[in-house]
Design a protein around this ligand. Structure first.
Ligand code: G3I
Length: 348
């Protein structure tokens, strides 16, 4: 469906909803709010304009949204110097109309980069100028409207060493520090985050991320938080206790943490036993976040199995999220809700 039609549908939804929007008392977001954390999800912006049930579910359950793809480099700057904010604007307007916070994703990453950039054979100074313009143009546009940014993602390898990326090859190891400083200059109020996967608990990668962000702090780079992505499966997930310990040591550096992209992929077709185990894992990771005051938010990488990256990237796997493809809540949803209710009752 042409973007113009999708945009009209989203704008219409925004206009009508903002007048009638009321916080659904039974949604997860109000409970999470009372428990003291933001409850978030990645959003497929294309579906916002075409799937009314999806928009309704998002507004009822979540008070924090991250664009799954709409703010990535190749989408925002498809040609050098030509910025396309159509999708990003749509998401920010959708969120504002529903009192949701927006997390921008992602300014510096080595995937979803446009060909003009990766095949441009730019030298280091040219690449610095390009990255600076990109970051400052994007962050300045949403100054005061986007609360936090994933400034950089996935710059540490499985061995804990800095990964060689398009940006580290082109600019050098200081590209990360430069990116955080440029983002901070463009919006000094925005919370700036380093976001990664596979380093949520203990191990070489977790230590590598710790060393990286500790070094940034030592050099007074304006970083506020570390995002723990948490893309896991039933047989491949960190121990919740190790996640809690990791969050604590990051807090000792003066850093907040967020669970940013949780999903628990299951082998298809799923079974009741697998769905129960999935619920236990979601509940345990939420609990880890609730026990660390510096853990500010808990987000899943998508709201419903209808829009999930997992089946495309992991054939035979799926059913990774809190709502099934028909929008029905799964055992994991109720498990999380129960954990939040317990937390709220303790606060009273
Ligand atoms: O938009 C194009 C469309 O025009 C084209 O017709 C279609 C067919 O090739 O591709 C579409 O682009 C796809 C894009 O998602 C939007 O749907 C890309 O091929 C596809 O690779 C891209 O996948 C995204 C992936 O990041 C890219 O690596 C996933 O949706 C997204 O969920 C995933 O998210 C990442 C986070 O940003 C960072 N952390 C890990 C996470 C999972 O990989």
């Amino acid at each position: 469906m042409p973007w113009r039609i999708i945009m009209m549908a989203i704008t219409a939804a925004v206009t009508c909803t903002s007048a009638t929007f009321a916080l659904a008392a039974d949604g997860m977001r109000s409970l999470a709010h009372t428990a003291g954390i933001r409850f978030g999800t990645a959003v497929n912006v294309e579906a916002l304009g075409t799937d009314a049930a999806y928009s309704k579910l998002l507004a009822r359950e979540f008070d924090l949204v991250t664009p799954e793809n709409a703010m990535k480099f190749s989408v925002i700057q498809p040609e050098r110097g030509r910025f396309d904010f159509t999708q990003a604007d749509a998401l920010v307007a959708f969120a504002e109309a529903r009192a949701m916070q927006v997390n921008g994703h992602v300014l510096v990453w080595d995937q979803q980069l446009p060909d003009w950039l990766t095949q441009g054979h730019f030298n280091s100074d040219e690449l610095k100028a390009i990255l600076r313009e990109h970051i400052q143009t994007v962050v300045a546009r949403y100054r005061g409207r986007v609360a936090s940014w994933d400034v950089a993602a996935e710059a540490v390898g499985e061995d804990g060493k800095p990964r060689e990326t398009f940006w580290s090859r082109g600019i050098g190891p200081d590209y990360l520090a430069l990116a955080f400083r440029w983002a901070h200059a463009a919006d000094p109020q925005a919370r700036l985050r380093y976001n990664d996967y596979g380093g949520e608990g203990a191990g070489a990668k977790s230590d590598g991320i710790y060393t990286l962000v500790a070094d940034l702090r030592t050099h007074r780079v304006p970083i506020d938080s570390v995002g723990l992505q948490m893309h896991v499966s039933l047989n491949d997930a960190p121990r919740p206790e190790d996640v809690r310990i990791n969050m604590k040591r990051l807090a000792a550096l003066g850093l907040q943490t967020d669970i940013t992209e949780m999903d628990v992929m299951l082998s298809l077709p799923t079974s009741r036993a697998a769905l129960r185990k999935q619920a236990v894992l979601y509940g345990a990771m939420l609990q880890a976040c609730l026990t660390v005051p510096q853990c500010r938010s808990f987000s899943t990488w998508g709201a419903t199995d209808r829009y999930s990256w997992v089946p495309e990237f992991f054939p035979g796997q799926g059913a990774a999220l809190l709502f099934d493809a028909s929008g029905h809540a799964k055992p994991a949803y109720w498990r999380i809700k129960r954990a939040l209710r317990t937390e709220v009752s303790h606060k009273r």
